[in-house]
Ligand binder design. Structure first.
Ligand code: HEM
Length: 538
């Protein structure tokens, strides 16, 4: 007798009709009236003006006029596919997440994307790639909104509009489309030097993946896991592709951008159609949840830092298997709405200041992009778990809500059990003690190191990968008009590695600056290394 569960009856009937659209025997208007002619407008005589009373003409044109919705403000270009996630069942010691129980199969939808280009831009540009997965779990949707690079440009979300404005096309000429071949990008990353780590990954082969099927994914932030006993750990999420990690070489990427700007979406769609289903293992790095939230001297709340796999191994906990292309791009890939706040029992957020801003941003943008507050009723966003949210009305309300008392507890809708405080399947924010201290805009001193991990990355590269990185910096910086920006970025490179700086300076014909910070010697981390341009894998 669950009263007032959002009834989907009407919605489902409509959905069936929508699925059947374009299949009926008769062409109709949007309200089902059969049409005899959709090719000729109603006119005052065969050569006369069109009559305002032609309702069918007006309806057809009006609907067409409103077909477009705003593209995503970032990650506008993407391709999504359906699949299934199967849990290995070994994550119990750290999380009680139901979908991670042994053998549990959860339907998923994964959308891959570039970040900066618009919806019609090319796939093979040098950029970060999005790797967002919606898990339709029995306990509600869990969204892992990840990228193919394990760190981010900025430490605090308040700079997100700035870094994106710097990377998007210039406001006057609207060029360029791809990341980084312009002054504002290099201006930003050389002034906000925390961006240097993410940037060197972009300049490496990781910036031009061979295929979505051959990319890693990273949740970037540290999350908090909670097990059945209420014990917590900190963790980072990783996707490891079964096909290995592979890149295009720059010349291939350039040619493909011209010959086949849809290269990555075609590659994924064709592979799935041919039954070559791509797979990834989901892995976690687990760290003790200490009050400092540090691990081996690395601040786990700083999203510009990774934890090398030599220090904390990535432990596989499940398998992602992508096996079905969308039947309608707009309905599924375009209308899907991910949110880092879509969490399930056993997985919680931390105070990473980038993650904290993301919790606000996604729903806010989707209110505009998807036309109001009911976008989670769109079929691709609808959870597979029962919904009883007591939200009412609003644009595009799809539900036929029953009951008269949309609040809990109430004495009108047949009892309405409300298990507040006793539902052990409920998501409960973990009661982490808050750090003491005054209100402030200052950040922790542990966020001040901007170069050591960029250096770690550079030194873990093979010689050929280092050549690619030098070529990428030289090419991209060569596109800047302002000498001062090139020089400032060379200064950053001097703080990363002397050879890297010298080689790029030589290509640019500029003097080599002295480092302004001591160059510490990190251990090389071979696990980061990959080789560009090798396909098929050995
Ligand atoms: C998409 C904001 C950082 C991964 C988006 C969108 C916004 C946004 C507004 C468009 C969402 C939509 O229209 O549905 C932010 C802000 C950030 C941030 C404010 C920092 C404060 C990150 C980070 C990652 C990431 C660190 C990766 C770990 C993604 C992905 C998408 C996306 C994959 C595309 C989702 C899709 O395919 O629909 N972001 N983002 N973002 N973001 Fe972020």
């Amino acid at each position: 007798t669950g009263p007032d569960v959002r009834t989907a009856t009407g919605a489902l009937a409509n959905k069936d009709q929508a699925v059947n659209a374009q299949q009926g025997e008769w062409l109709t208007t949007s309200v089902g009236a059969r049409l005899r002619d959709t090719d000729h407008s109603l006119k005052a005589g065969p050569r006369g003006p069109t009559l305002l009373q032609d309702h069918h003409l007006r309806e057809k044109i009006t609907h067409f006029d409103h077909e477009r919705i705003p593209e995503r403000v970032v990650h506008a270009r993407g391709y999504g596919v359906h699949g299934v996630f199967t849990a290995y069942g070994n994550a119990d010691p750290v999380t009680c997440a139901d979908f991670l129980q042994k053998g549990r199969e959860t339907p998923v939808f994964t959308r891959f994307s570039t970040v900066l280009g618009s919806r019609g831009s090319a796939d093979t540009v040098r950029d970060t790639r999005g790797f967002a997965t919606k898990f339709y779990t029995d306990e509600g949707n869990f969204d892992l909104v990840a990228n193919n690079i394990p760190v981010f440009f900025i430490q605090d979300g308040i700079k997100f509009p700035d870094v994106i404005h710097a990377g998007k096309p210039h406001p006057d000429r609207e060029i360029p489309q791809a990341q980084s071949a312009h002054d504002t990008f290099w201006d930003f990353v050389s002034l906000h030097t925390e961006a240097q780590h993410h940037t060197i990954w972009n300049m490496s082969d990781r910036g031009i993946p061979r295929s979505y099927r051959m990319m890693e994914g990273f949740g970037v932030h540290t999350f908090r896991l909670v097990n059945a006993a209420g014990e917590t750990s900190l963790a980072k999420f990783h996707w490891k592709p079964k096909l290995g990690v592979h890149a295009l070489v720059w010349e291939e990427a350039q040619m493909l951008g011209g010959f086949d700007p849809d290269f990555h979406r075609r590659d994924l769609a064709d592979a799935i159609e041919a039954g070559a289903f791509p797979e990834w293992e989901l892995g976690i790095q687990v760290f003790p949840d200490t009050p400092e939230q540090m691990f081996e001297g690395i601040d786990l709340l700083d999203p510009t830092k990774l934890v090398p796999e030599e220090l904390a191994e990535v432990q596989p906990i499940g398998l992602l298997h992508l096996n079905r292309n969308p039947s309608n791009y707009f309905a599924e890939t375009e209308q899907i709405a991910f949110h880092v706040g879509n969490l399930v029992r056993g997985i919680d957020v931390t105070d990473d200041p980038l993650l904290q801003t993301r919790l606000f941003s996604y729903i806010d943008t989707q209110l505009t992009r998807l036309g109001g507050p009911n976008f989670n009723q769109i079929p691709i966003n609808r959870p597979h778990a029962p919904v009883n949210d007591m939200f009412r009305d609003g644009f595009h309300q799809d539900a036929d809500h029953r009951g008269v008392a949309p609040y809990r507890p109430n004495s009108l809708d047949g009892g309405c059990p409300f298990h507040a405080g006793v539902d052990d399947k409920a998501f409960v924010e973990f009661p982490v003690p808050l750090p003491a201290g005054p209100k402030t805009r200052e950040q922790a001193a542990s966020f001040d190191d901007h170069y050591s991990q960029a250096r770690l990355f550079w030194r873990s590269m093979s010689p050929v990968e280092q050549e690619h990185i030098i070529a990428a910096y030289s090419f991209e910086l060569g596109k800047c008009y302002e000498q001062v920006i090139k020089q400032r970025q060379l200064q950053c490179l001097a703080n990363i590695d002397a050879t890297l700086c010298e080689k790029v300076a030589e290509q640019l014909g500029l003097p080599v600056p002295e480092p302004t910070e001591p160059l510490t010697e990190p251990d090389p981390s071979p696990a980061l290394s990959m080789v560009g341009g090798t396909w098929p894998p050995d």
